[in-house]
Design a protein around this ligand. Structure first.
Ligand SMILES: [Zn+2]
Length: 240
């Protein structure tokens, strides 16, 4: 086991990850559950690509020294990545250099399921009080493995890619190597799909994963009745 990337030594990611400097400081807050299932998670790999980032594990973060020091440092402009009505949308330019007023942007990202993220927030009033930011994803999730339940539900790695793209557009940061994060993501998925197709490996699945295109054609969690109620028109994929 490599204790940096937490993958088995022969599959260690570390030599292929190139540190990418950012002005923004990223802080990944990981729930213990996600930490255990880290194999499919992308938070740690993203953290290893970003020297100006931290990763902390826990359920509540109000007593976490590093988190509190970053929130309370007057040189910082701490925000929480969490979509919602009050969140400033970086893709729409809702956050500017003038807003930062020379302070350093510190972005807290919760790396957990939605349920896990809500729990972390509930147990961390200091995170609840932070201004929230969001972005409009430029592409639906590329995730095949986790089969994201809803549109707009991205892996941590994809979220950071989108965030850096939006930050660069707002001139709040420079995104040096946009292909790296997505390349890491693709390689990780390729490996896991290979495992899923190989009956001799522990991750073998009898039924293969559906591709994002297949999933997009069939919106999940929307029953027929609900679809009728919402007047969703299904367009044949050939016409799209
Ligand atoms: Zn490693």
């Amino acid at each position: 086991m490599c204790y940096k990337c937490f993958w088995p030594q022969p599959l260690c990611w570390c030599p292929t990850l190139h540190p990418m400097e950012t002005r923004t400081r990223f802080v990944f807050l990981m729930s213990p559950k996600e930490f255990k299932q880290e194999k499919a998670g992308t938070g740690r790999l993203t953290h290893l690509c970003l020297p100006n980032s931290e990763l902390r594990m826990g359920e509540g973060f109000d007593k976490n020294e590093l988190v509190q020091a970053l929130i309370n440092d007057s040189q910082n402009y701490p925000v929480l990545l969490y979509p919602g009505r009050e969140a400033r949308n970086l893709s729409k330019g809702d956050l500017t250099l003038a807003d930062l007023g020379g302070r350093r942007l510190v972005v807290f990202l919760i790396d957990a399921t939605w349920g896990g993220a809500r729990k972390i927030l509930r147990l961390s009033p200091s995170l609840q009080r932070l201004p929230r930011i969001m972005f409009t994803p430029s592409a639906p999730s590329r995730y095949v493995i986790k089969q994201q339940p809803q549109e707009g539900c991205l892996s941590t790695l994809e979220a950071v890619h989108e965030l850096l793209t939006a930050l660069e557009r707002s001139r709040l940061d420079r995104y040096e190597n946009p292909t790296q994060l997505l390349g890491v993501f693709q390689r990780m998925q390729d490996f896991q799909l290979k495992c899923a197709a190989d009956p001799t490996r522990p991750g073998y699945r009898r039924r293969p994963y559906r591709t994002p295109e297949e999933r997009a054609a069939q919106p999940p969690h929307v029953g027929k009745r609900r679809m009728k109620f919402l007047k969703v028109e299904t367009v044949p994929s050939s016409a799209a």
